[in-house]
Design a protein around this ligand. Structure first.
Ligand SMILES: Cc1ncc(COP(=O)(O)O)c(C=O)c1O
Length: 421
């Protein structure tokens, strides 16, 4: 049960069973297959639905609410920002944007930043950057971008074309041209693709890759593979761009996923955790990839003072509260807890994998369990969890989760799985 803080009252933490939540038709397009649950408010790692039931949030807006819900520091800074100014066009200098860019540059290998509003938009910027690099630096007429099978890069047309999962493409053809795919963590597959493409023409401009695949099944990058990839990209003057949208901003226990792999990318994209629940994304580049000139790229809302104040507050709080250590410790605690579940149910659970506070529990192919069934049953245990495909349960709680909350998370998850069998 949550500590009661900042004016949230205890009466609303009654536990109960899901069933009476709204399922009535709405005027919304049917893009989401939603749970029958209307979340009204939250505090830290806990949320309350319309009926006042309290749930432990093990997914944090899908790896987004880094500081948890309704964080005191974020509320204070954003309230002050609303009183000052919310939006200014990028026609003018925006001090909050410059301050956030400086902070991110100080904490990373990047030298420059472009701000936008989402992960897909950040990857669109990375795709345009790849093409500009191809044309301007390498003199390639039709630059190619290589991405991995099972990857996920977003839902806009170029980002979805870059995504290595056919189910996201179906029905939206023709896709954007210029993407080719290799097997993740498989250097032979990468080299084979490069050799095949280069037999025709040396026109590979960039590789866009997640340091850990999130949507594709919580699949961590292999250090040796990534080091070989870095070496090949250097040798062939191919830009190496990381999609850090899900893992960046501390979720791995390090600021950036690339630190887990012992290499640096030439550019990387971030979004989800950056604004702690507010819409902001960014493309960060080293000098060699700092190629956009005036007029090349833009975003009306991108990097406005409100969103940047959110980003800046999240970043400073990660430092101030030493949240990277918390992520490492709580990540290990979750791993231990998940191992206990695996040992208890070896016929259904195959593997545990992940980094820090992005962890996956992999269900055996031949088990009748699915991540969706378990996520639905988790609601009856007053727990919110995610999935990554049919057979992987995804946990991505706020970076502020404490030891007691992790214990509860594991015990609720265990109950949900047992009740699903
Ligand atoms: C690795 C990765 N890239 C890109 C995206 C797309 O981000 P957004 O939904 O903010 O457009 C996501 C979202 O899940 C992601 O996990």
């Amino acid at each position: 049960m949550p500590e009661l803080v900042d004016g949230l009252d205890s009466k609303s933490s009654a536990f109960g069973h899901v069933g009476s939540s709204p399922t009535a038709p709405t005027s919304l397009m049917e893009t989401y297959n939603r749970f029958p649950l209307s979340i009204e408010r939250g505090k830290g790692c806990w949320v309350w639905d319309k009926e006042g039931r309290c749930y432990l949030d093990g997914i944090a807006g899908i790896a987004t609410c880094s500081l948890g819900h309704s964080d005191k520091a974020l509320r204070k800074e954003l309230t002050k920002q609303l009183d000052r100014i919310q939006h200014v066009s990028n026609l003018y200098r925006i001090p909050e944007q410059e301050e956030l860019a400086n902070y991110l540059v100080k904490k990373s290998c990047a030298e420059k930043v472009f701000f936008c509003n989402s992960g897909a938009e950040a990857n669109e910027a990375a795709i345009k950057l790849s093409r500009k690099y191809g044309h301007k630096v390498r003199g390639i007429e039709e630059p190619l971008i290589l991405t991995a099978h099972s990857s996920f890069h977003g839902r806009t047309l170029a980002a979805v074309s870059a995504t290595g999962q056919k189910n996201y493409h179906k029905g939206f053809e023709p896709l954007v041209k210029g993407f080719e795919f290799f097997n993740y963590n498989n250097i032979e597959s990468f080299e084979k693709l490069v050799n095949r493409l280069e037999e025709e023409k040396p026109n590979i401009a960039s590789v866009l890759i997640e340091p850990i695949q999130g949507e594709g099944g919580v699949n961590p990058g292999d250090k040796v593979f990534f080091q070989q990839l870095r070496e090949i990209c250097d040798r062939k003057k191919i830009l190496l761009i990381f999609d850090e949208i899900q893992i960046g901003m501390g979720r791995s226990g390090f600021w950036w996923g690339y630190e887990k792999l012992g290499i640096e990318p030439d550019a990387f994209t971030i979004a989800k955790g950056l604004g702690g629940g507010h819409a902001i994304g960014a493309l960060l580049v080293k000098d060699k990839a700092d190629l956009f000139c005036h007029g090349d790229h833009a975003s009306t809302f991108g990097g406005n003072p409100f969103a940047c104040k959110a980003g800046l507050t999240v970043a400073k709080e990660i430092t101030k509260r030493n949240l990277l250590s918390n992520v490492q410790e709580r990540g290990l605690q979750i791993e231990e807890g998940l191992k206990g579940i695996l040992n208890l149910l070896p016929n259904d659970i195959e593997q545990i994998r992940g980094w820090g506070l992005l962890q996956g529990l992999v269900i055996k192919k031949d088990s009748k369990l699915t991540a969706q069934i378990i996520a639905r049953n988790a609601l009856n245990e007053n727990l919110l969890i995610g999935s990554a495909g049919q057979k992987v349960i995804r946990l991505a709680p706020a970076l502020v989760i404490n030891e007691h909350e992790v214990k509860e998370l594991i015990s609720k998850l265990k109950a949900a799985i047992i009740n699903s069998i």
